[in-house]
Design a protein around this ligand. Structure first.
Ligand code: HEM
Ligand SMILES: *[C@@H]1O[C@H](CO)[C@@H](O)[C@H](O)[C@H]1NC(C)=O
Ligand SMILES: *[C@@H]1O[C@H](CO)[C@@H](O)[C@H](O)[C@H]1NC(C)=O
Length: 490
């Protein structure tokens, strides 16, 4: 017994010593609570309330502190100033994507969201440019979204005002906007390939936000030795990839290099121009990974935001009434809402901003890492150190947004009722990794939500005061509780 205790003690000392030696060698990391061997600080972080845990640490150690998730040191940036200084002031250095074993296994460093270095830079640049060419921020995509919004309304009319959970249809609409961009055409809501795609994306985003997967990320040994949801994830992903692969093949066969139709065409044309280049990023694998990133990035985020928006509109009927009054006054019932209307609709604009602030959909954004040794404030952060940006700490800043725990469109309105911009509005993050789809997402949120409210009265199944609107956060994402409502045609 004594022998066992003795060896445990010695082992612990050795581990602590190796930590200490490593941290001496690895620069001067910001302060933080003392980690335990193997698990680091995990036992000190309440996974159900990561935001509060981080806020507590920031009170003790300041806005920049170090936590150990497992054996890996992670620098947490807390509050607007620290995040701005890092992501904008030191944009290049903080633009690395944190390595997460699960993501690596899946993306193999391809695509946009989980790639790094030159491949990331070029793929991201190409994608942004191509989205712009295809009309994001311009009329062509606006028309696509307006058209999709009308299909959404037709679908909702079919419910005849009976209780309905809109999750599935709210996934289809934004998914179809991505389809229109990359496959040229939207797909019918009952197209089997489309339904499969939406279901697999849904299943995977559920798995991605599960605690089990977070554990796999912290303790990569689990990936190989425990069967788990990540296997289902992988299978689903493979099936999405083969669907995309078939679509690409169709495009290759009908490609007209003088007349690109969509995202895939632009990519294939670039590939042909560069086919002598060994390092070209325009490979089929990279195309598949990039398309998958657009779907993954652009589907679940919008579904969750719109579902949450509906829940909040049910809970606060006086807010809904004011939005509908604004729609009646500015747009009327005869024509579809368009982006031009937004300028004359400060209240609606404020409501959508407040929904995004309040629900805080990506409390810690996606993991970053520093791309080289960085001197930051008084610290030296070694190349490759994981960085977490607490977007919650910005969106829930109580100086910028008094009573941040309260849903209040007034957070984005001045005394005269004009829309009031805030630099603290950071649900899409900031800097070089800022959400690639921010422009698209904001177009969609405005057009989908105003079109729904132009056509329906929303009816709750329970009294508004009983609606639970507390964001259910886990480590990486947020979702509203399941609910139904009635869409009563106006
Ligand atoms: C309400 C909607 C959305 C929200 C709140 C959101 C939020 C975010 C956030 C927080 C990040 C991480 C940024 C960082 O690492 O610092 C991100 C990245 C990304 N988003 Fe979005 N997003 C939304 C919609 C979209 C849409 C519609 C698309 C598709 C076009 C998209 C594509 C991406 C991609 C590709 C990345 C990775 C960028 C990179 O690593 O360089 N997102 N998004
Ligand atoms: C944060 O600190 C408060 C007060 O010190 C404590 O009651 C609370 O449990 C802490 N919360 C978390 C999530 O660590
Ligand atoms: C995708 O995920 C769902 C739910 O997790 C699962 O039921 C289904 O079998 C998976 N599909 C494939 C092709 O593995």
């Amino acid at each position: 017994m004594d022998l066992v205790m003795g060896s445990v003690l010695i082992l612990t000392c050795l581990l602590l010593f190796s930590y200490w030696k490593r941290s001496c060698k690895r620069g001067k990391l910001p302060p933080g609570p003392t980690p335990l061997p193997i698990i680091g600080n995990i036992h000190q972080i309440d996974v159900k309330n990561v935001h509060q845990a981080f806020t507590n640490f920031s009170k003790i150690y300041g806005p920049v502190f170090t936590l150990y998730f497992g054996m890996k040191p992670t620098v947490v940036l807390h509050g607007y100033e620290a995040i701005k200084e890092a992501l904008i002031g030191h944009g290049e250095e903080f633009s690395g994507r944190g390595s997460a074993p699960i993501f690596q296994m899946i993306s193999k460093d391809l695509g946009i969201g989980f790639s790094n270095g030159n491949a990331w830079k070029e793929t991201r640049h190409f994608s942004l440019l191509t989205l712009r060419k295809l009309g994001v921020g311009k009329r062509s995509i606006e028309n696509q979204i307006q058209e999709e919004a009308q299909f959404l309304v037709e679908e909702l009319k079919k419910t005849n005002g009976s209780p309905y959970d809109p999750s599935f249809i709210l996934t289809c609409a934004p998914c179809n906007v991505i389809c229109a961009i990359i496959f040229q055409n939207r797909l019918e809501y009952n197209d089997q390939g489309f339904v499969n795609l939406v279901e697999k994306l849904n299943a995977n985003s559920k798995i991605l936000s599960s605690l089990w997967l977070q554990l796999c990320n912290m303790f990569p040994v689990l990936i190989d030795y425990c069967p788990g949801t990540h296997n289902t994830y992988y299978k689903n992903l493979t099936s999405i990839q083969s669907y995309l692969s078939a679509k690409i093949k169709e495009h290759e066969e009908s490609l007209d290099v003088t007349n690109p139709r969509d995202f895939i065409d632009y990519f294939l044309i670039k590939g042909r121009q560069e086919n002598h280049n060994q390092q070209s990023i325009y490979t089929r694998e990279n195309l598949i990974a990039t398309l998958n990133d657009l779907f993954v990035g652009g589907t679940d985020t919008l579904k969750t935001t719109m579902r949450f928006a509906l829940l909040l509109l049910l809970k606060y009927p006086h807010v809904t009434a004011k939005v509908q009054e604004e729609i009646d006054r500015v747009i009327g019932r005869q024509r579809s809402p368009c982006l031009q209307d937004r300028k004359q609709m400060p209240y609606t604009d404020a409501v959508i901003h407040e929904v995004q602030r309040f629900i805080d959909i990506a409390p810690n954004s996606l993991p970053h890492e520093v791309t080289c040794d960085v001197k930051f404030r008084n610290y030296l952060i070694p190349k490759g150190t994981a960085i977490v940006t607490s977007l919650s700490s910005v969106l829930y800043d109580s100086n910028e947004f008094p009573n941040p725990e309260t849903f209040d469109p007034g957070h984005f309105l001045d005394a005269k009722g004009n829309f009031k911009k805030s630099d603290y509005f950071m649900p899409f993050s900031a800097g070089k990794r800022v959400c690639l789809g921010e422009g698209l997402a904001r177009m969609e949120l405005f057009l989908f939500l105003t079109t729904i409210l132009q056509n329906f009265k929303l009816k709750s199944l329970v009294p508004p005061k009983d609606i639970n609107d507390t964001p259910q956060a886990n480590v990486i994402s947020v979702s509203p509780p399941p609910f139904q409502l009635c869409f009563i045609p106006l």
